[in-house]
Ligand binder design. Structure first.
Ligand code: G3H
Ligand code: 13P
Ligand code: ZN
Length: 284
């Protein structure tokens, strides 16, 4: 199948009350793991590439691998730019063949974030590419956000309403207590805030930094309108742990396939588990 925009997948997720996993890919083995997991679970899937992934693998390699994987797949696959930083980069990804993009203007003042997002939407819409934007600061687990700072960092529901109304964006990433990377403790999500956002905004909500968030919390967020759940760190952990185990068992192993094969299998297993938690299994 050809790559599809995320709007198509998220519309069905909204109707069915589940979420679609968006899994970060950095190399061939992870691309294959994402597709293998989605096929095994009969699930739609979003493959996404970060700045780091594009820098590491090269934009043409990411697009080439994703396109080939999607063509061979019997489930719907989207290729999405994760945390796009500029209008220029978004254009490069669209030209390269991405079916969906994120423009992350969350560091900008609200009016500038709106203007940048609108500029991207004007072009993306014309070529059938979907757009995700971010409001609020998601950050990393190292950015220790104190309770009294919540209002400054988390998504303001009224601003979310204005943002969606003014931009017409397809999906909105919100800051409600998750962070990118490994958590030190157990993250606590601000569900009342999510509920408030959802009451003011009818488009699909995106949850970033979802690795390490307890399954029950993810499922509660899905009940409250989250339709795209981003996972990277848990894939990295499984991939590297499996590679490390091979090398720990035999320090003389020099065949990359013997190291990366089990890593690919471990990544597939984690992604399958996530798909079941998100409830998108059997939906393709
Ligand atoms: O959004 C964060 C993702 O985990 C990507 O991280 O830029 O190191 O690939 P990365
Ligand atoms: P994690 O690495 O915390 O799973 O976050 C992934 C993410 O949000 C990518 O945009
Ligand atoms: Zn993210």
């Amino acid at each position: 199948m050809a790559l599809v925009p995320i709007t198509e997948l998220l519309k069905k997720a909204e109707e069915g009350g589940y979420a679609v996993g968006a899994f970060n890919c950095n190399n061939m083995e992870i691309v294959q793991a994402i597709i293998a997991a989605a096929e095994a679970e009969r699930s739609p899937v979003i493959m996404q590439a970060s700045q780091g992934a594009i820098k590491y693998a090269g934009l043409d390699f990411i697009t080439g691998m994703a396109k080939l994987a999607a063509e061979k797949a019997t489930v719907p696959v989207a290729l999405h730019l994760d945390h796009g930083t500029s209008f220029e980069q978004v254009m490069q990804c669209i030209r390269s063949g991405f079916s969906s993009v994120m423009i992350d203007g969350s560091k900008l003042p609200l009016n500038e974030n709106i203007a940048l997002t609108k500029k991207v939407i004007d072009v993306a819409r014309a070529v059938g590419v979907s757009v995700e934007a971010e409001l609020g600061k998601i950050g990393g687990t190292e950015d220790d956000i104190h309770v009294d700072e919540k209002d400054a960092f988390f998504t303001n529901p009224e601003e979310a309403r204005i943002f969606v109304q003014e931009t017409g964006v397809d999906a909105l990433a919100v800051a409600i207590g998750t962070a990118h990377g490994q958590y030190k403790g157990i993250p606590e999500l601000d569900f009342p805030r999510l509920e408030k956002i959802r009451s003011l905004v009818s488009i699909p909500i995106v949850l970033h930094g979802s690795s390490g968030v307890p399954d029950e919390a993810i499922q509660k967020a899905i009940k409250l309108g989250v339709r795209k759940v981003n996972i990277d760190t848990n894939i990295r952990e499984a991939f590297v742990a499996a590679s490390r185990q091979v090398l720990d068992n035999d320090a003389k192993e020099i065949d990359p396939r013997k190291v990366l094969g089990p890593a690919r299998e471990a990544a597939t297993a984690v992604i399958r588990e996530k798909i079941r938690v998100f409830g998108s299994n059997g939906k393709a």
